[in-house]
Design a protein around this ligand. Structure first.
Ligand code: SAM
Length: 240
């Protein structure tokens, strides 16, 4: 997979050098490049923002540096034809609190893509015409990581890239970890414990020490249902 991230704060993305993502990069499973949007400006001050039409608070990111940057990352490859079928186009993710919510199912969809580009907004966001213009070459996905507002798209990009890249075969050492975790089957994960069996007066549930795999599996499923009903009832299927 190839990922390009465009930001006015490339240093924010340095965390992508670490841990499993860093290993995926050095191991050749992932090519990831971070680009400074200001390198695509043409004025002395490297300006990326301007006042909003219609008035209102804050500044808006100017469209032209984005068009230059989004063209450059495509031109590094062979740029796809404007009439390329939608499935084969690179995906442009525009992090936005006004986007569709990014879920585990979204991570799975995007893990199938060959090329993802993340456009990290700042200020009040990116001029709306950039998304319209980009539709000629990209599949455009405005995505939100939750119902709250961050200062910029970098943290949202870090979260999405991590959720996507860990799904690429070979990135996680034990692929079983991906099937037994929260959201894999629509439920939250059961509680986990490690040694010692008794710690500060708190004991590991007896069933987990029983060695009876059938009982353990039933207990874990009950715990998944109870925890999901308690913390995230919205995830449970509607009862008839
Ligand atoms: C201050 S926010 C802009 C908020 C925008 N004016 C609005 O009200 O929808 C600046 C940037 O942070 C990022 N951002 C903020 N909250 C986000 C969220 N929940 N999910 C994804 N990106 C977010 C986006 O890139 C956004 O362009």
């Amino acid at each position: 997979m190839r990922i390009d991230v465009i930001s006015i704060f490339p240093a924010y993305l340095q965390a992508l050098d670490l841990s499993l993502i860093g290993k995926a990069r050095t191991g050749g499973l992932l090519r990831l490049d971070v680009h400074d949007l200001r390198d695509f400006t043409t004025d002395r001050h490297r300006t990326v923002d301007d006042t909003p039409y219609g008035g209102g608070a804050g500044m808006v990111m100017k469209p032209e540096p984005w068009a230059q940057a989004l063209t450059a990352v495509l031109d590094e490859d062979r740029a796809p034809a404007e009439d390329a079928v939608v499935e084969t186009r690179p995906v442009l993710v525009i992090p936005s609190p006004a986007g569709e919510v990014f879920r585990q199912s979204t991570a799975h969809e995007l893990a199938e893509a060959e090329h993802l580009v993340f456009a990290c907004g700042r200020y009040e966001g990116i001029d709306e015409r950039v998304a319209q213009w980009a539709e000629e070459r990209y599949t455009v996905r405005p995505l939100s990581i939750g119902d709250y507002v961050l200062n910029g798209g970098e943290v949202a990009t870090l979260a999405m890239v991590e959720a996507i890249v860990r799904l690429i075969p070979g990135v996680i050492g034990n692929p079983g970890s991906l099937t037994e975790e929260s959201h894999a089957d629509g439920l939250l994960e059961y509680p986990m414990y490690t040694k010692p069996a008794s710690w500060r007066g708190l004991d590991v549930p007896e069933v987990l020490l029983s060695g009876d795999h059938g009982r353990i599996a039933r207990w874990r499923h009950e715990q998944q249902l109870a925890r999901t009903a308690d913390r995230r009832p919205d995830l449970l299927p509607p009862t008839v």
